[in-house]
Design a protein around this ligand. Structure first.
Ligand code: GH3
Ligand code: MG
Ligand code: MG
Ligand code: MG
Length: 304
């Protein structure tokens, strides 16, 4: 553990350092609240605990902890336990310390045994929080990714679309949103089975990446429907790019258990123009209408 000790009294710091060295801690020291804030700003990310005296000249321990908590809040930092150490056992003082952001409050003289178990308790909470953060990250990844094809989930795609709108409105550039729907895909499942259908979906995504680029934003909007965002292109170039994808998919047949499975896609394209009053719903609606038109007029084509 890396511990910041804050105390204006020399002998108190020496004693704490001795206790902490027996617990294999790395220690840094501050002599008052201001120095504690400065050291926190410098070392904050790798500190595991702060032991904070309450009564100190200039900036008190209470003020220092309030400042540290507000920095943590504004920078969305991880929790960092703070234990106050004070000669005052007044009810008011303990209440003030905890309300200021302290996690515990020990009364001087400090018992080495009590300090060490209090530190253990803090470490237990820190471990639990770390596991929670990891689980949340894993869940977020899961919710933002389509399990079968690895592209963005619908929710993640819509949020990427939202980001793109903000960005391109700011730089006054257009971008294109293409909505893909596989043609007669039900027949693929009916003829070759659901697993073969799954292979085709994976292959279509590979084709989009191969014919555009690896980093293009793709989302799975529904069963056999995908969204693709093409940035920095005018209408004619976007149309050409999507038509290239369409041809690429048409000419790259999926092979599954010895069967060749041809598939085509219909693509509806909507352009986002920064001057228009578009929002994500109107943009998706226009792409959807273009897709409907592509289907109606014979499939395997790009319409915008
Ligand atoms: P259209 O050209 O008009 O789009 O016809 P379609 O057959 O593609 O459209 P329809 O909506 O009738 O059928 C879509 C099919 O997509 C039905 C559904 O079983 C299949 N599907 C949806 N999600 C998956 C999936 O994850 N895996 C597989 N294998 N099939 C899926
Ligand atoms: Mg003091
Ligand atoms: Mg469909
Ligand atoms: Mg379809």
């Amino acid at each position: 553990m890396k511990v910041l000790i804050v105390d204006d009294t020399n002998t108190d710091r020496v004693l704490l350092k001795l206790y902490l060295s027996k617990l294999d801690c790395v220690v840094i020291e501050a002599h008052d609240g201001q120095e504690a804030i400065d050291l926190f700003l410098e070392h904050g990310q790798d500190l595991d605990l702060i032991l904070m005296d309450v009564t100190m000249p200039n900036v008190s321990g209470i003020e220092a902890v309030k400042a540290i908590r507000s920095i943590q809040e504004s920078q969305k930092q991880e929790w960092l336990p703070v234990i106050f150490l004070s000669a005052s056992s007044e009810e008011e003082s303990i209440v003030e310390g905890i309300l200021a952001g302290g996690d515990d409050y020990l009364i001087k003289p400090i018992s080495q045994k009590i300090l060490s178990v209090k530190m253990l308790a803090m470490q237990r909470i820190a471990d639990m929080r770390r596991r929670l953060v990891e689980t949340n990250l894993a869940l977020e990844r899961l919710a933002s990714t389509d399990y079968l094809t690895g592209v963005a989930s619908r929710r993640a795609f819509e949020s990427a679309l939202e980001q793109a709108m903000l960005h391109f409105r700011e730089i006054h550039m257009p971008f294109a949103c293409g909505m893909f729907d596989l043609d007669k895909f039900k027949a693929v499942n009916d003829t070759f089975g659901h697993d073969a259908g799954d292979e085709v979906l994976i292959k279509v995504v590979q084709c989009v990446r191969a014919s555009l680029n690896d980093k293009v934003i793709i989302g799975r909007l529904g069963g056999e429907e995908f969204g693709v965002i093409l940035e920095n292109l005018n209408e004619a170039d976007a149309f050409a790019a999507f038509d290239k994808v369409r041809k690429y998919i048409e000419s790259h047949v999926t092979t599954f258990e010895g069967h060749d499975i041809p598939v085509t896609v219909s693509i509806g394209v909507a352009m986002f123009h920064s001057v228009e009053n578009d929002n994500i719903n109107t943009l998706i609606k226009r792409a959807d209408q273009a897709l409907y038109e592509a289907k109606r007029s014979g499939r395997n084509r790009v319409i915008y």
